[in-house]
Ligand binder design. Structure first.
Ligand code: SAH
Length: 348
């Protein structure tokens, strides 16, 4: 069924669509532009297509859109949206979350790659809802397109940091990123598209070998393997030092740096020893560290004070590490890191 969806298709796939319909291949480029640059809401907006062709296209293909189920705008410009992507094969509604983030220079969209998440990290609320599988490329892309239409503004950055593990849905994520980057689409610079992983080793290797141009981030969260394993199940499958070696290889092949994300939890991962171990890791490869204060209170953990954040950050920066406090825009609407669990608090 999903290969009849026109959204989320590469130009080559669209060429096949039109070839199969015995239509000229330039239609593929026209369709690609309509879908990915002009963000057509329906096939009727393919105005250069004769009505008869639109009808023929409709007979065997579909052009679905995500529907906004709920949105929670905040005074600072942050907005979390819950989208419906229709029903799954068991008739259950597919719900996903997307967060719009604004800062002085950027308008960033934080998008989801899976329905819920299978990773089950102990500090992250997304792991508390049932996992429902991978999102198709069109659903990944349409979060961006519908959000732009909804806000009537353009975006500057994309982060694959919403629900799910992007590197467990590698092909659809890379396909969507490529289409966002295409100059016949939104033409977003690859340097403004960041993919975050908890450490899926085979996908990191693949990303390196394929020389993907997008930014890569690792959710480090604890520098000692054993303790990391208590917070993140994936550590047992892909141990940190293997992941770090793979990332080092990535930086050498690509000439790029990587970002370590680090959710800060007092008494769990904010000791001086932890900071020193982060320094050890970060010095092995070109990198920077983004510190994120804990946004949930799962396991009864508490959020660090700003003094605790500053003190921890200072140990890193004093050692010459580029370390930033990422703050947590979106907390009031449960839209900050680790809070995406389809909670409709603040319904308006
Ligand atoms: N699965 C991918 C993509 C999700 S990114 C990954 O793990 O990288 C979501 C980010 O939010 C991760 O860096 C994670 O460490 C962070 N995060 C998760 N729960 C959080 C919480 N409760 N408070 C702050 N940050 C959190």
């Amino acid at each position: 069924m999903h290969d009849t969806v026109l959204k989320g298709k590469s130009i080559e796939e669209l060429k096949t669509v039109f070839q199969n319909m015995e239509e000229p291949s330039y239609r593929a480029k026209q369709a690609f532009l309509r879908i990915n640059k002009h963000l057509a809401g329906t096939l009727d907006e393919f105005t250069e297509f004769p009505k008869s062709l639109r009808k023929k296209l409709e007979e065997n293909h579909s052009y679905p859109s995500l529907q906004i189920i709920h949105s929670s705008p905040e005074a600072d410009g942050t907005e979390k949206v819950i989208f419906s992507a229709g029903k799954d094969h068991r008739g259950k509604e597919i719900l996903i979350e997307t967060v719009w983030l604004v800062s002085e220079k950027r308008r960033t969209l934080c998008i989801s790659s899976q329905i819920g998440c299978s990773l089950n990290c102990s500090f992250c609320a997304t792991g508390t809802i049932p996992f429902g599988g991978n999102l198709d490329a069109w659903v990944i892309l349409d979060q961006v397109y519908e959000m732009i239409r909804h806000k009537n503004e353009t975006i500057t950055n994309i982060v694959f940091m919403g629900m799910g593990e992007p590197f467990y849905n590698y092909e659809n994520v890379i396909k969507a990123a490529r289409i966002l980057n295409d100059d016949s689409g939104l033409n977003l610079s690859a340097r403004h598209i960041t993919i975050s992983t908890a450490g899926v080793l085979p996908s990191i290797h693949r990303f390196t070998q394929e020389r993907q141009p997008f930014n890569l981030a690792l959710s480090l969260n604890q520098p000692f393997s054993e303790k990391r394993g208590e917070m993140m199940d994936i550590e047992k499958r892909h141990p940190l030092w293997d992941v770090i070696s793979a990332l080092k290889e990535y930086t050498e092949t690509s000439g790029k740096r990587i970002t370590f994300e680090y959710v800060c939890i007092p008494e769990m991962n904010m000791s001086e020893q932890d900071a020193l171990e982060i320094i050890k890791i970060a010095k092995k490869l070109p990198s920077k560290v983004n510190l994120i204060p804990l946004n949930t209170n799962l396991q009864g953990w508490k959020r660090p004070s700003s003094d605790e954040m500053l003190a921890f950050q200072k140990i890193l920066t004093d050692a010459g590490i580029r370390a930033f406090n990422r703050g947590s825009a979106g907390r009031n609407v449960n839209g900050a890191c680790g809070m995406l669990a389809l909670n409709r608090k603040n319904r308006q």
